[in-house]
Structure formats: structure tokens, C-alpha cells
Write a protein that binds this ligand. Sequence first.
Ligand SMILES: Cc1cc2nc3c(=O)[nH]c(=O)nc-3n(C[C@H](O)[C@H](O)[C@H](O)COP(=O)(O)OP(=O)(O)OC[C@H]3O[C@@H](n4cnc5c(N)ncnc54)[C@H](O)[C@@H]3O)c2cc1C
Length: 399
Amino acid sequence: MKIPPPRSSSANPLDLIDLDSQLTDEEKAIRATVRQACDDLVEPHIMQWYETGDLPARDLAKEFGRIGLLGMHLEGYGCAGMSSVDYGLACVELEASDSGIRSLVSVQGSLAMGAIHMWGSEEQKQEWLPRMAAGDAIGCFGLTEPDIGSDPGAMKTRARRDGDDWILNGAKLWITNGSIADVAVVWANAGEEHGGIRGFVVPTDTPGFAAHVIKHKMSLRASVTSELTLDNVRLPAEAVFPEVRGLKGPLSCLSEARYGILWGALGSARSALETARRYSIERNQFGKPLAGFQLTQAKLASMSTELQLGLLLALHLGRLKDSVGLRPEQVSVGKYNNISKALQICRTARTILGANGVSGEFPIMRHANNLESVLTYEGTHEMHTLVLGQALTGVPAFR
Ligand SMILES: Cc1cc2nc3c(=O)[nH]c(=O)nc-3n(C[C@H](O)[C@H](O)[C@H](O)COP(=O)(O)OP(=O)(O)OC[C@H]3O[C@@H](n4cnc5c(N)ncnc54)[C@H](O)[C@@H]3O)c2cc1C
């Protein structure tokens, strides 16, 4: 066999292993479209939105809907029907701008639209999905409660029947998009006789439904996070997801969303690494660039290698998902590795900028702060550790 000569080096410093060669032209084109949209719509404003804790989410949703980003991996009902890899690549670009922007799109597309697409009746799909895909209606997903987070089976929100109607009572906390949503997917315990945990499609103008913005967040500031209260919210019989019962309902939606997140976090990491790499070349200390010190190069080498390993893992999981599908523990491998590694990359990148690393003039500290939320939501890092532990040993260690 003839061994080809080494290729001449014109390396992309962020892709030393030429992972791009594994992407199709169409995938690269989708990535470029999302990157351009982020450059135009998000980058000029993101620091201000982050500082004020405010963002024009409805306007952004409309723009993202216009380019087919909302529920882009879903089929029909006005959704773009793209692949899981396409969706992952889009999440990287969105999160390279800000995790809050990616969260807006993930919660809309994977959690709210994903739940309705996966478990909704035909009428629920027809009513909500086309408007949500267009960005004309916003959705949220209410699972977490003030007293219940990692153990959703113990939720306190109740659904009871009153004739044909359902009556919902309870509270949900830390709900992304909650105060701007037109529709909330709410999970409630309907009691054993009605199948335990059930999902409800709740128009947010239903009497008894209220949403309050959570203030003073130090992370994901460019994202709306809310408390939902449900005070005798009366819904018609057809508001419930007809088929799904038990934790399978919310967990199946979360698995979809986690898949996007395991890609997305690498966008934050890429932005942090690129910022630090450039800075190290441009800033001099002791008469030479920071990049010329071996300690700096060791940091860059480690960050770059972890980023590329994370992307390889994400691409592998994406190809699997598009061919044979993913098991939940495979998604956990991705979230377990990629979010913690992305956070570590941001922390290391921050050190290369010294004092400037804590300044909002550079994106790194914002990314690192955001990733603290990403480490916690969609199943905490610890929960995914336990999922992997159970997959490896057969022994559950959750309680
Ligand atoms: C910005 C933001 C946005 C969010 N958006 C949404 C949303 O849109 N919808 C939604 O439903 N939720 C959302 N969440 C909530 C998120 O999913 C929960 O915070 C998460 O599930 C953890 O729940 P908790 O905060 O109640 O922590 P807890 O469950 O109280 O856990 C606290 C700590 O204890 C650890 N722990 C708990 N149980 C165990 C155990 N058995 N073994 C070992 N360690 C354990 C956890 O890992 C964690 O470190 C959001 C959260 C944030 C921060």
C-alpha cells in the first residue's frame, strides 16, 4: 500500500484534526448561516443584554424562526426537518455567542416543541407547532419545582379531574422562557388512577396561570428565567398529552434537549479558546508575547485538545442519533464530558487574559458564568455521573 505523503500544514488553529473534513458541504452551509445570523443579531448586543439581564427574546425568536432554526430537527408542521448533526452545529454557533441565546432556541425547539411533537395530539401539534416554528409563539417547559429538582418523580404540582376538565395547582421554578411564553408544557401528578405524571399544554393566558421573572441571576443573564404558579388552572380534557404517562414523558424530552446542549457548550469553549489564543499572541510581558511562554502553550494545547475531543464525541453521537438513535446513557456521556470540559476550558482561558479575563469586554467570564447553569440544568453533572455509574455497574445509586 502506498503511504500518502504528509499534508502541508495550513492548519486551522481551532481544528487541528480537520474535523471539518467529516462534515458535508450542506452541514457547513447550515453552520455558516447560523454563524452569520449570530454575528448580525446577537454579537453587537450581547454584552449589553447580559449586563442589563434583558433581551428582546420575541424579536430574536421571529428572526430565528425566519431562518428555520426553531424546532429545526423536527419533521412537518412548518419545521425544517434537518438532521441531528445540523441541529448540533447550530447549537455550537448559538452558544459561541451566548448560552442564553442557545437556551432560548433549545427550550423552544427541543423541550416545548419537542414535547408537543413527540407526545401531543394531532390537534395540539396543528395548533402550536407551526406558530412556534415561525417564532410567532414562544413555549416553555415546566418540570422543576421550588422543592423538587433532580427527583422529578416527587413533584408536588397536582392535576385533578373535574368532570371532563383538568384542574392544575402547583408551582414551577427556574423555567426558561416562562414569562415570555404563549404556551407552557407543564408536568403534573394526576394520581395513580390517571397514570401518575402527565403532561399538559397550557396556554399562558389561562386564568390562574402566572409567571414571574427570577432576578439577580449571576449566570445566563441573557435569558428569561421564571417562576410559574398554577392556581386552579382549568383546562379542557384535550389539554393533556393523550398517550404518555409517568416520567418517561419529561425524560424523553430532556434527552432531546441534552443532545443539543452537549454540542452547544463547545461553542462557549471555542469562543473562550479563540479569545485567549489571540490575546496570548498580541500581549507582551517580559519582552515577548504571552504565547511564547511554555506554560501558556501548555494551556492552549490542553484546551484545544479537549475542545476537539468534545467535538469528535458530539459528532459521533450526532451520527449515531441520525442513523440508529441514542440511548439515554449515551447522551449522558456527552453532557458529562462536554459541559465540564467546556467550563474548564473557559476557566483556563480566563487565566491567560489575567485581569482582562474578568472584564465584560471579553466574552470568557460570561461564558464561564453561563456554563455554571448549563452544568446544572437538564440533569446536573452529578445526576449524569450516576446515570453512567448505573450503566457501568447495573447498580443504581440515586437514593
Ligand atoms: C438558568 C436555569 C434555567 C433552567 N431552566 C429550566 C427549565 O426551562 N425547565 C425546568 O423544568 N427546569 C429548568 N431549570 C432547573 C434545572 O433543571 C434544575 O436546577 C436541576 O434539575 C437541578 O435541580 P435543583 O436546582 O433543584 O437541585 P437539587 O436537585 O436540589 O440538587 C442540588 C445538588 O445536589 C445534588 N444531588 C441531588 N440529588 C443527588 C443524589 N441523589 N446524589 C448525588 N447528588 C445529588 C445535585 O446534583 C446538585 O449538585 C433551570 C435551571 C437554571 C439554573
